[in-house]
Design a protein. Sequence first.
Lengths: 156, 199
Amino acid sequence: MSLPPFEQVVEEHGPRVLRVCRAMLGYHEAEDAWSETFLAALRAYPQLDPNANIEAWLVTIAKRKAIDHYRSAARTPSPAAELPDGVDTLPEGYDELWTAMRSLPAQQREAVAYHHLAGLPYTEIAEILGNSAAAARRASSDGMKKLRAIYQGASR
Amino acid sequence: MNNVFAALPEVDADASRRLHARLVAAAEDAGLLDVAYRTVDSPVGPLLLAGTGEGVVRVAFECEGHDDVLATLSERVSPRILNAPARLDAVARQLDEYFAGRRSSFDVALDFRLAAGFRRSVLEQLRHISYGKTASYAEVAAKTGHPKAVRAVGTACALNPLPLVVPCHRVVRSDGAAGNYRGGAEAKLTLLALEARRS
């Protein structure tokens, strides 16, 4: 079994990774993170195990790039190891949905993005978040509840 | 509201195009675009053109299955492959001129890594058969210094990774029949007729 041409990876996974980047960073910075993600992926691609879950691999890189963006946005000398909770330090987003996403705690936001936008199974998400599949499922479900509440509140 | 993401488009086509172009440019800058490709239309059907940093590495006919050809390039050259037309602009333009009858030889860098050993030396010989002329498989075998290797010359032509640009269509059977071709026997006749008309 061999790796498909990288063009095929971009075609198949590019749109979903963009949605994940937007969920984590807002509309504009998402494109920078997407570009950095796919350039880093292209660099490492020949060494990738052909049996690896490519979507999970890309999302893991995207998360790292998103954290880099938070670091440079915060301009703090001590590097953040995780995506921050809350909204205050996050870059401005335009879309209502991304704004709502940004109000979620980091674990919930990531779990929702990885499951509902990237389509990853909870076992893969648990590896990215460093928790269990059950915890990932709970974070995703709590996050979706909050999103629905925000939406229903806004549409009343 | 069961799914708050329902209204969200699966694919943002404008963003995808923008990001693809940006990736190609960044990959080229970083020296990570190992294989660039594009397709062009031609009188012998759509052609896939692929190039490395060294030169054109593959020209493929539609009947070869462009997806299969890309998969083979991924395996044999590098999986760092992107649809990036700019690198193939020169050969695409020269092919247009060739099919319009305004060009009799190609002036682009070639990468022969997909043809090694004897096959490679056969391809070197083919470049000396000029526009509008033909040679038999036996004549080409003699030129390589292996007059008995007629069948091997046939194989080298059949597996030529750079058809059109390296003119294996000018090699015909000793009885005068055109013989087989990677792009199909009909494509070979089309090319020979084109060259006979213009030379």
